[in-house]
Write a protein that binds this ligand. Structure first.
Ligand code: TRP
Length: 335
């Protein structure tokens, strides 16, 4: 792009309720790195329908997610924040890339295997080609870097493979994206089973703190968090529950692990859990208030949605036209 900055693309699905893990592990980090790159942050609603959705709920959650991006501090003038479904080039490029992706490659995707086991009554073709749509998202913007969690690494790898295959046939059309390995966000585990990642699809609601939980709920969930019988606040793999709470406290306050351990030296788990609840609430309650304020400002949000979709469409269509030309689609007639 013109200002010499590299391009970054990432997206989140508006399915389920976002958790503290999504915020501390991804969204907060997006804000930190947003100055260094030209960023495209999409609400990937087209990916969401690979699993059956209630239309009104999907629409509402997509808008909540978009306003959460803003509430978290992403400046919509500097970052392109938009709905995937508003830029039709995503679907068009995905179709083309489908023709450059092998069944065998898609069959190896662990997320496809997991999701088909979970939704055995709806193993649709969209679920199968989900990674191809993701490749289209990334490649349309010629993204240099993509911050993703470990669960999406395989999808980034296939994106690189598809792009490389296309380039080897047609010349340098796509930038080959790298995984973003800078300041990695905090990895937050379930409060009920610290061997598992905190997840929006966890069946036990006490395992996750949702971004929209009120203070009482936050405090209750922290107090119920699983710990151990050691009785000391130490950052150790032998005490995964306590380690996770230290991680949460650290990420919410910006303190170092050593500082946190020192601060709670000699204190009991009860006091520590209360303190964790307090710092989580101190992060989430203002975020919720800002999100609610933005949500109420309909004209402002609509303006951002429209303007940013146009901006995204401009870049996406530039790549799409190039691809269409390379593969031999007829030129458009201009009058
Ligand atoms: N599949 C990603 C997830 O569920 C979301 C996503 C869609 C994405 N397209 C993307 C992430 C492109 C990074 C880049 O987390």
């Amino acid at each position: 792009m013109l200002d010499g900055k590299k391009t970054l693309f990432s997206g989140m699905q508006a399915t389920g309720n976002l958790t503290l893990g999504n915020y501390l592990g991804a969204l907060k980090n997006w804000v930190t790195i947003s100055d260094e790159y030209n960023c495209f942050y999409s609400v990937v609603d087209m990916h969401s329908i690979t699993v059956r959705q209630d239309p009104a709920t999907l629409r509402k959650r997509a808008r909540i997610l978009l306003t959460l991006y803003l509430a978290a501090g992403l400046d919509p003038e500097k970052n392109c924040i938009y709905y995937q479904s508003h830029v039709s080039a995503h679907g068009e490029l995905a179709w083309i890339l489908n023709c450059f992706t092998y069944m065998g490659e898609l069959n190896r995707m662990t997320q496809f295997k997991d999701k088909s086991a979970k939704h055995a009554d709806n193993i649709n073709a969209g679920l199968f080609t989900y990674p191809v749509l993701m490749a289209a998202d990334i490649l349309l913007y010629q993204a240099d870097v993509v911050p993703v969690g470990i669960d999406q690494m395989q999808h980034l790898e296939i994106t690189r493979d598809i792009a490389g295959r296309f380039n080897s046939i047609y010349g340098d059309v796509f930038t080959i994206p790298e995984v973003y390995l800078g300041k990695v966000g905090a990895k937050i585990m379930s409060l009920q089973d610290p061997s598992k990642k905190m997840s929006k699809s966890d069946e036990n609601p006490n395992g996750s703190i949702y971004l929209m939980d009120d203070k009482d709920t936050i405090m209750r969930k922290c107090k119920r968090a699983v710990t151990d019988s050691v009785g000391m606040i130490r950052y150790s793999d032998d005490q995964p529950g306590v380690k996770n709470l230290i991680e949460i406290y650290r990420a919410c306050t910006g303190k170092s692990v050593d500082e946190v351990v020192k601060e709670f030296d000699g204190k009991g788990y009860g006091d520590f859990k209360t303190a964790v609840g307090e710092v989580v609430a101190a992060v989430l309650i203002p975020l919720q208030e800002e999100q609610a304020r933005l949500m109420a400002d309909k004209a402002y949000i609509d303006g951002i949605i429209k303007g940013n979709a146009e901006k995204a469409g401009y870049y996406a269509n530039k790549t799409l036209r190039k691809v269409q030309k390379k593969i031999g689609f007829p030129e458009r007639v201009r009058q």
